[in-house]
Design a protein around this ligand. Structure first.
Ligand code: HAS
Length: 542
């Protein structure tokens, strides 16, 4: 990656890792408070802390890391950014950072303790919503960089099939732009006027529906960069070929089509949405599981194929041939393993009847700590271990490599304890998003306490792992020996079939995406607006 692009990427990474430090600290306090062993000092509110933890880690860290990584991936595979593209990238970075600072200040002032999902009826200070609007708009600039570079590459290469990593970044950027329209709409049309006092009430159902229209694709916006690394980078690291370029592209297209019209699976317990539409979106949710199953298949095929090519014998002998001493492989691999129970938990959540058991319990928190906070995050850490030194002109030393493996293993241990306890307590009915309480001596609540203590122990181990990660990051960014660290990009095997051009016929894919969204959302929206609760006046968004 060209030095000028590297600077832009590193700017994103600095914010991401500062967020990790702040969010990790908030997470530690969080889990200790819930265990009943600790009380928050200096008038810090439980929901203030929870909002900080969620916003900084789930929204800020992820968005900055992904924007940075995608720019690096496109610059590496489709060529250095033009001056205009780089300027656009910096503009987006600055707008996002102003927005992040605005939102963060409001959270610190306890003026925006509305949780990372920030939909109504909780209300924050207008500056918080304005800040969010800035973050969204800034991220559109970052996405535009990816799309412009892609268009330039295609023009210069006679519309040939684009490099796989670039193609994947394009899919994720298109999905992001379509999805963020929903959250931009609720922020600008509902939450902002409401918090400014311009309207007295807003339609809560609409606000939640617009949020989840964005909120579910948001989780795939996090996941797809991890899949980019799994499909394209991991094969190169282990010395194998990409299993199938076409399969990888097809799974990304399926994510584009089916990530968005599924938000109702977060609203299965909510009134105001007819069961028919919930049913439809549950069916679509089960379709969006397919590309993940394809990914699992493809990874197993890559690993097994490689192991056997190295002479592995027996059913699982290939596992022994994988590079267990290379942090660039081991850390994301732990993330992959976590996605097996994480994904299974998601399938349970999505099953209408079972959702009634787990909804709003701490089971859901356990689910997303396996998915985003392990699968995705460990893959991002695994990427950082080679990408940061690549960008700063340094190398990942053997010593740092071993420390990185320790970091991944510590995370695995801490998360197994914390997330395992969350899943178990959730099944016993423990609510999510609540501070420590004995609920007036309730015997049911007493059963949750040992699990909460276990969460405290697991969370503390996770915090150690975060400290280790930050130490390695600082080392790779500033102190590691100078040298050239490779940016690994895999290639498809010679026997692979030619990739069909239809994957880049965006008119078809964006057309179907829009059609599916309209199909899944139009009538429920009309219902929500027409059946607005009594008392809402005038235009029924309010
Ligand atoms: Fe989820 C709630 C359903 C995936 C994140 N999810 C959440 C929330 C978050 C989140 C943050 O239907 C909470 C939101 C809130 O605050 O309220 N989720 C699903 C489904 C999937 C899923 C069906 N979720 C994710 C991913 C996330 C994420 C990914 C973040 C990155 N989720 C739900 C539902 C709810 C929900 C409901 C609402 C619950 C409620 O009631 O509130 C699927 O995409 C999962 C498919 C995944 C698989 C796994 C494939 C496995 C792979 C690994 C292969 C491993 C290898 C390693 C090769 C089918 C690809 C080799 C291993 C060896 C052992 C050798």
């Amino acid at each position: 990656v060209d030095q000028r692009d590297a600077k832009l990427v590193m700017a994103h990474f600095y914010v991401a890792f500062i967020s990790l430090a702040i969010g990790g600290m908030a997470g530690l306090l969080q889990v200790l408070v819930r265990s009943g062993l600790f009380e928050l000092p200096a008038g810090i509110g439980y929901y203030q802390l929870l909002t900080l933890h969620g916003v900084v880690l789930a929204l800020v860290l992820t968005t900055y890391f992904i924007m940075g990584f995608q720019i690096a991936a496109v610059s590496r595979t489709s060529g250095t950014l033009t001056a205009v593209q780089r300027k656009l990238g910096w503009t987006g970075f600055i707008i996002m950072t102003i927005g992040t600072a605005m939102a963060a200040i409001m959270i610190l002032l306890n003026e925006a303790s509305v949780l990372y999902t920030f939909y109504a009826p909780l209300q924050a200070h207008a500056v918080f919503y304005l800040g969010l609007a800035f973050v969204i708009v800034g991220s559109w600039f970052g996405s535009a960089v990816i799309l412009l570079k892609y268009r330039q590459w295609r023009k210069e290469n006679n519309k040939a099939v684009s490099p796989l990593l670039t193609f994947m970044a394009v899919v994720n950027s298109i999905m992001w732009i379509v999805a963020t329209i929903g959250v931009a709409a609720t922020v600008l049309l509902q939450l902002l006027p409401w918090s400014l006092g311009l309207v007295e009430t807003i339609n809560v159902g609409v606000s939640r529906t617009l949020f989840w229209y964005f909120g579910h694709p948001l989780v795939y916006f996090w996941l797809l960069p991890a899949y980019m690394a799994w499909y394209v980078i991991i094969p190169k690291i282990i010395g194998a070929k990409i299993f199938s370029d076409s399969l990888a592209r097809f799974s990304f297209i399926l994510f584009l089509l089916f990530s968005i019209p599924v938000g109702f699976h977060h609203q299965l317990m909510e009134p105001g949405i007819d069961a028919t539409w919930k049913f439809l979106q549950v069916v679509l949710t089960f379709i969006v599981i397919i590309p993940s199953l394809m990914t699992a298949f493809s990874l197993f095929a890559t690993f097994e194929g490689y192991g056997r090519s190295q002479g592995a014998k027996g059913l699982f002998g290939w596992l022994k041939k994988l590079p267990w001493k290379d942090a660039r492989f081991v850390v994301p691999f732990i993330g992959m393993v976590a996605f097996i129970p994480g994904g299974a938990g998601g399938i349970i959540n999505a099953s209408n009847q079972m959702n009634q058991v787990v909804h709003n319990t701490i089971w859901v928190t356990g689910h997303f700590h396996l998915t985003v906070a392990t699968t995705v995050l460990l893959t991002f850490f695994g990427i950082s271990y080679w990408l940061v030194p690549h960008l700063t002109g340094r190398i990942l030393t053997k010593e740092m490599n071993n420390l990185a493996i320790t970091q991944g293993v510590l995370w695995f241990v801490g998360m197994t304890i914390m997330s395992g306890a969350m899943h178990a307590a959730g099944l016993l009915g423990a609510p999510r998003r609540s501070s420590f309480s004995e609920y007036g001596g309730s015997s049911v609540a007493a059963d949750w306490i040992p699990y909460q203590v276990a969460q405290g122990i697991g969370g503390s181990i996770l915090f150690l792992s975060i400290i280790l990660m930050l130490y390695i990051f600082i080392n790779l960014a500033f102190f590691s020996p100078k040298g050239e660290q490779d940016f690994p990009v895999g290639e498809a095997g010679h026997e692979a079939e030619k990739t069909p051009k239809v994957f880049e016929n965006w008119k078809i894919w964006i057309g179907i995406t829009v059609a599916l969204i309209l199909f899944a959302y139009t009538i429920p929206f009309i219902d929500l607006i027409q059946n607005a609760p009594p008392g809402s006046k005038g235009y029924k968004l309010w």
